[in-house]
Design a protein around this ligand. Structure first.
Ligand SMILES: N[C@@H](CCC(=O)N[C@@H](CS)C(=O)NCC(=O)O)C(=O)O
Length: 213
């Protein structure tokens, strides 16, 4: 099986990167530079026509959307228990991943990419302010989930929900939010960051040269 993950620094593709490291999978990492617009390079659009990361190419077949990539990796590495198999727990885990992708990520996009929502300059500061507010509210919701984590959001083992929580933490840091406001989230993600596989993922993204030079 050949696996290639397309990722970009600070992006939601960090969760699949951590999942691959946790699973001990052999894979090639290809880093895009989103600020330079690599995601719109025709060579990348041929892999993901939406022009976004992540994309995981498994034996020549591209899977896009962070949630779908995580579901694929969970199914490909059942022994790693990235997602629960018990129906209710699985439903709750997918609820969390879908909510982050469809709501939390969109709040972030309001702040970072207002041109996606409004053609002109008018209204952009209000859009960004609302996005920041929604993002903060989401962090409070995640903080409450972290309080109940036992010991991880995913249950007894560090799984897909915890990996996505790490992505949210990096987004929050990117927005220069004070994480002390959400102490349970800070503690859980701090524990996640200490994991050897997460440290390997951080080192690997840092040490991998940009793919399109
Ligand atoms: N719904 C997609 C969103 C993917 C997405 O927007 N990824 C961002 C990085 S976190 C990206 O590629 N941004 C580049 C752009 O918006 O041009 C998912 O959950 O995977």
């Amino acid at each position: 099986m050949s696996l290639v993950l397309y990722h970009a620094m600070g992006s939601c593709a960090f969760a699949p990167l951590v999942a691959l490291e946790e699973a001990g999978a052999e894979f090639e990492l290809r880093m895009l530079d989103l600020a330079r617009g690599d995601q719109r390079d025709p060579r990348y659009l041929a892999i993901n026509a939406h022009g976004r990361v992540p994309a995981l190419v498994a034996d020549g077949q591209a899977i896009t959307e962070a949630t779908a990539v995580l579901v694929y990796l969970a199914a490909a590495h059942p022994e790693r228990k990235l997602l629960p198999t018990e129906p209710l727990a699985l439903g709750k885990a997918l609820e969390f991943l879908s909510w982050v992708a469809s709501s939390v990520h969109v709040a972030l996009a309001q702040v970072r990419r207002p041109a996606r929502f409004l053609n002109g300059e008018i209204g952009r500061p209000e859009l960004a302010a609302t996005g920041r507010e929604r993002f903060g509210e989401a962090l409070s919701e995640i903080d409450a989930l972290c309080l109940k984590a036992d010991p991880w959001l995913s249950g007894s083992n560090f799984g897909a929900m915890d990996m996505v929580a790490l992505v949210v933490r990096r987004w929050a840091e990117g927005l220069a939010l004070s994480l002390e406001t959400w102490p349970n989230f800070l503690a859980l993600t701090g524990k996640g960051l200490d994991r050897p596989a997460v440290q390997r993922a951080l080192a690997r993204e840092r040490d991998t040269a940009k793919f399109f030079s």
